[in-house]
Design a protein around this ligand. Structure first.
Ligand code: IFG
Length: 524
């Protein structure tokens, strides 16, 4: 329940009229009733077009095999890994099979796919392995929920007949994990990667540094992790990624067609670095490590040249380990510097990222430094009427791309309601209807479809310490952001979405993924 009167009428309207909005020939979302029916009508994100073949169904059996084009071998192995544990079937991969992966149809672009299910075969076609991978996420949702179990289940394993043609609305569909406030090890990050991949998320932004911790080893500045990585919020042991750990996360993410976006937050949110090297402080005195949750009190010394050598060497080492195109410079809550100092800092800092061949992403405050394009401005505001939203629109007008993550819609560390034990509520309560009830291309004046790079669902970890905490906050709200990023705007329909989302619960239970039973959903 959201106590903000301004919100209530909107959400009530959504509940009353959301169903009527579903119109649109091509992308009409399945109705709430249909979503109770065939699993073809329950997929999240909802596909661009679904055509059921009533009465037709494919049976996955002990002799089933996966036939794939050689360049799709990685996806074939991934699919086998999804299907083997619960079925107990051998599911050999090779040239031929009754499950077929073909790279002979680029008609739906870089990330699109076609899926056809007849009584005899299941055929996935795409132009790229990424497209096939996205098709596999849809295919797994057409099987009974028990397919998600790690242990053999009795079956049977029917797949409803029909055809799906699908591709993403936005190319950039991200999650963010804050590993600075509380540290999350490689295995925990891999677990989260597997979970976000289910919903066709294709970028993972890692918030690697903040006041409470520095989490990635920098060989030329070893104390950043030796000292700066040695604690976390609440005084726990913290931790950090060796460069080998980080490379393993990058590799694993890539095997799920997810690109890592590393963030080194500057000039604010830098107490861990300042505590590690006295020379980075304007007064030459290193502050103590910080284990609280205040923000805005720290800053690199804008007037010292060493700050820029530091940044150049840190960014250089991280860029060399990051195959993805983006590097996030943070730039948020620099309350310890004046606007003028902030602009001066960014004027010297931004060329450093470009020199290392990366496209800069920054929280929307850095838009006032008018970054040279290509540049991505990440919006995290709560009120589209704020002056800073106008700065974002100005950046869009200059040709920058906008990554939409409004805090009162997409911040998964926000409490659902006053009964939520974990999380914060500075942006208000965010229930499932709030996470779903907005349009990334209509949220900000002056930021239309062409300016929107995509969406992101950040999860900040001031109050979150382990995977179980992440999961009850991410599920069921992350699939809402994932659908906004993937599905056609014409399919936006709260009644359809809430029915499809509730139908995911048996899948999360079978997979051992925690979630919050929001009172807004018609749980089975
Ligand atoms: N805002 C801060 C984060 C984190 C968050 C918690 C941004 C860009 C509040 N900055 O969100 O560091 O503290 O919800």
């Amino acid at each position: 329940m959201n106590h903000f009167p301004i919100e209530f009428p909107r959400r009530a309207a959504m509940a009353l009229f959301g169903g009527a909005v579903a119109a649109g020939a091509l992308g009409a979302a399945p109705s709430a009733r249909a979503a109770q029916g065939s699993r073809m009508q329950q997929v999240i994100p909802v596909p661009e077009s679904v055509r059921e073949a009533p009465g037709v169904r494919f049976e996955l059996g002990p002799d089933s095999a996966i036939g794939a084009d050689p360049a799709a071998a990685g996806v074939a192995e991934y699919l086998a890994g999804v299907l083997r544990p619960a079925t107990g079937y051998a599911l050999p991969t090779g040239e031929r099979g009754d499950l077929v992966l073909r790279l002979d149809d680029a008609g739906l672009g870089q990330a699109g796919y076609r899926l056809e299910v007849t009584a005899e075969t299941v055929t996935l076609r795409a132009g790229t392995p990424e497209g096939l991978f996205n098709g596999v996420q849809t295919l797994r949702q057409l099987l009974p929920p028990q397919i998600e179990s790690a242990d053999p289940q009795p079956g049977p394993w029917p797949i409803p007949g029909g055809a799906i043609a699908d591709r993403p609305r936005f190319g950039h569909r991200a999650a963010m994990l804050d590993v600075a406030r509380h540290f999350f090890g490689v295995e925990q990050v891999k677990r989260y990667i597997d979970q976000i991949a289910r919903y066709k998320i294709n970028f993972l932004h890692l918030h690697l540094s903040d006041d409470q911790g520095w989490r990635i080893e920098i060989e030329s500045w070893p104390r950043l992790t030796e000292h700066g990585g040695s604690t976390e919020v609440g005084g726990g042991p913290g931790g950090f990624y060796t460069q080998q750990d980080y490379a393993e996360i990058v590799r694993y993410a890539a095997s799920r067609h997810i690109t890592i976006v590393p963030e080194i937050d500057v000039p604010g949110h830098t107490n861990a670095a300042l505590s590690s090297y006295a020379e980075l402080n304007c007064d030459g005195v290193a502050p103590p490590l910080y284990t609280g949750i205040e923000v805005g009190f720290s800053s690199l010394c804008v007037d010292k040249d060493i700050s820029y050598r530091f940044l150049d060497e840190v960014i250089g080492e991280i860029a060399a380990l990051t195959p993805g195109p983006y590097l996030h410079i943070g730039g948020d809550e620099a309350d310890a510097t004046t606007d003028e100092q902030y602009r001066a800092f960014m004027r010297r800092a931004l060329p450093i990222l470009r020199a290392h061949g990366k496209t800069v992403v920054g929280w929307h405050e850095y838009a006032k430094a008018t970054p040279q394009n290509p540049a991505v401005v990440q919006y995290w505001g709560t009120d589209p009427a704020d002056p800073e939203a106008a700065e974002v629109a100005a950046a869009a007008a200059r040709g920058s791309k906008i990554l939409m993550s409004p805090a009162n819609r997409s911040y998964l560390d926000m409490k659902y309601d006053e009964s939520t034990e974990l999380g914060l509520n500075w942006a208000g309560y965010v229930e499932v209807a709030d996470a779903y009830g907005w349009d990334p291309a209509a949220h900000l004046q002056g930021v239309g479809e062409e300016s929107v790079l995509g969406v992101e669902a950040p999860i900040w970890t001031e109050t979150l310490e382990n995977s179980a905490h992440l999961e009850v906050m991410a599920f069921p709200r992350l699939p809402a952001i994932a659908e906004l990023g993937w599905s056609p705007a014409a399919t936006h329909d709260w009644e359809s979405f809430r029915a499809r989302l509730a139908a995911q619960a048996p899948r999360w239970e079978a997979a051992g993924i925690g979630f919050t039973r929001s009172p807004q959903l018609p749980w089975p």
